[in-house]
Design a protein around this ligand. Structure first.
Ligand code: BES
Ligand code: ZN
Ligand code: ZN
Length: 496
């Protein structure tokens, strides 16, 4: 998709439709309509307009002269924020695509806050809102696909300042949103296509063009490194496990890196502790944490942030098999700690244990991990907020702030020692599940905490927010949401 910025609005703009926003406020709406008619030198039929109120769910198209005008509601002015704008923009873009347009000119909303934020929000919302995963639907006779056109060109218009500066804001937002869509694609790919080796290959290819280094550790290297968690989970699958290490060196050599770890289970059957059949297909998205890490690096390479970041993505397919690991098995993690496996479906933490322990050698400023770790996360917070468990409240505050800014919101759960006791084992250093079903997301976090050493760390359980059973907002689609990419990239930007 191509973006352009132009300061002045003119009736001669090269777009299939003009998109304007309006609040739910009669006086403001009237004023807006007058200025639109004046600037575009058209008259819109009064009857046509009377049914538009500016409600935050409303989008209408008007035909005036040879122009199409799309009005998208923002709701009440008092409730306005960037999230309202993202939704209103995405709704308008999807509407335009729905009526088979291929180019739109979108007003840069004059609103409270920085104009850069408005432009960023609009650009992101258009790209994120128009996301589709339809590569396996090739049949053009399919009713839904027939004659489908896509939006390929967007002009943002309004006096927002220096073109050089604004074009950079647009390019950065575009790079970030495309990185989110890349993450969504990785998550939505089925596991017969996206298995550890292929996931690694894609990341390595991205590294070549994207200004970051990639090292892939294969099974024999993992064996030499004694990564017993990753190997244990992967041993029942014909697809070998991998560990991807990504490095982006934008900062000074002496700057301590931030390490981002993502769970990369390319399919989670539960293993010998097998999951029920219903809904198991969603476990092709059990690598969404890892996919988010890949997306973050794709964004970093384009945004050229002055910061050092290391990514770790342990990957495996969790299968029941004659060779699979079994309940009762004791695994030895990278740091030498032994783990009693009471449930092979609590596999994500086993992979993460190795990766978190491995992160220690980099003397990280912070470690943040993202994982579709527990069904309990969905029970607690649904698909609306990501659960955070941390050993450093100041790190949490920074992530929470980025969560508010991006609307990828976090909610902290406690990490008191009382919960830590629940994962003690009679026969090993730690057990991979807690006692019964209590506090499932916390005990998962407590398990990870045992592998982070003294480092400042925060765990983000994206089981609810990373996979959505329905469309969550105008720009957050069903299935793989790409959550984590905007959140962590913003967190990193705030660190500079
Ligand atoms: N990948 C799942 C968690 C999950 C469940 C993510 C549903 C998204 C939707 C994870 O590996 C898992 O199976 N966790 C178990 C842990 C339990 C055995 C302690 C769970 O949540 O049931
Ligand atoms: Zn599992
Ligand atoms: Zn899992």
């Amino acid at each position: 998709m191509e973006f352009q910025y132009t300061k002045a609005i003119s009736p001669e703009m090269n777009a299939d439709a003009y998109v304007f926003f309006s609040f739910k406020d009669e006086a403001l709406l009237q004023k807006k309509l007058q200025s639109i008619q004046k600037e575009l030198q058209v008259t819109i039929d009064k009857n046509a307009l009377s049914d538009f109120t500016g409600k935050d769910t409303q989008v209408n198209v008007y035909y005036a002269g040879d122009k199409r005008i799309i009005l998208s509601g923002l709701g009440k002015k008092e409730k306005y924020n960037l999230e309202v704008l993202r939704n209103s923009t995405a709704r308008a873009a999807k509407y335009a695509e729905g009526i088979k347009l291929s180019s739109i000119a979108v007003e840069i909303l004059k609103a409270s806050g920085k104009v850069e934020d408005v432009i960023g929000a609009e650009t992101e919302a258009i790209i994120l809102g128009l996301y589709k995963f339809n590569k396996y639907k090739k049949d053009k006779k399919d009713e839904n696909n027939e004659g489908k056109k896509e939006i390929t060109s967007v002009i943002l218009f309004g006096d927002a300042g220096q073109p050089n500066k604004i074009n950079k804001v647009i390019a950065d937002a575009q790079a970030l949103a495309e990185a989110v869509n890349f993450t969504r694609d990785l998550g939505n790919e089925p596991s017969n296509v996206m298995y550890p080796e292929e996931f690694s290959r894609i990341i390595a290819a991205e590294g070549k063009t994207g200004n970051f280094e990639v090292k892939i550790f294969n099974k024999s290297e993992l064996t030499k490194m004694k990564m017993g968690g990753i190997l244990g989970v992967g041993q029942g699958s014909m697809r070998e496990p991998r560990l991807a290490m990504l490095r982006y060196n934008g900062g000074k050599a002496k700057d301590k890196p931030i390490v981002i770890v993502g769970k990369g289970v390319t399919f989670d059957t539960g293993g010998i502790s097998i999951k029920p059949a219903a809904g198991m297909e969603n476990m092709k998205m059990d690598m969404n944490g890892g996919a988010a890490v890949a997306g973050i690096f794709k964004a970093l390479g384009q945004l050229k942030l002055k910061i050092n970041v290391i990514g770790l993505i342990p990957m495996a397919e969790n299968m029941p098999d004659g060779a699979a690991f079994k309940p009762g098995d004791i695994l030895t993690a990278y740091n030498g700690m032994t783990i009693e496996v009471q449930n092979t479906d609590a596999e994500g933490r086993l992979l993460l244990a190795d990766a978190l322990a491995y992160a220690d050698q980099f003397e990280p400023k912070y470690i943040v991990d993202m994982a579709t770790l527990t069904g309990a996360a969905l029970v607690a917070l649904g698909h609306t907020a990501t659960i955070a468990v941390t050993n450093d409240d100041s790190l949490y505050k920074k992530l929470e702030r980025a969560g508010k800014e991006t609307h990828e919101r976090l909610w902290q759960l406690p990490s008191w020692d009382d919960y830590d006791k629940l994962i003690d084992s009679d026969v090993a250093d730690v057990c991979n599940i807690g006692v019964g079903r209590v506090a499932g997301s916390i005990t998962a976090g407590m398990f990870l905490k045992r592998f982070v050493n003294e480092n400042k760390w925060c765990h983000l359980d994206i089981a609810g927010t990373g996979m959505a059973p329905k469309q969550m907002s105008e720009y957050v689609p069903k299935y793989s949401t790409g959550v984590g990419v905007r959140l962590i990239t913003r967190f990193l930007m705030n660190e500079i």
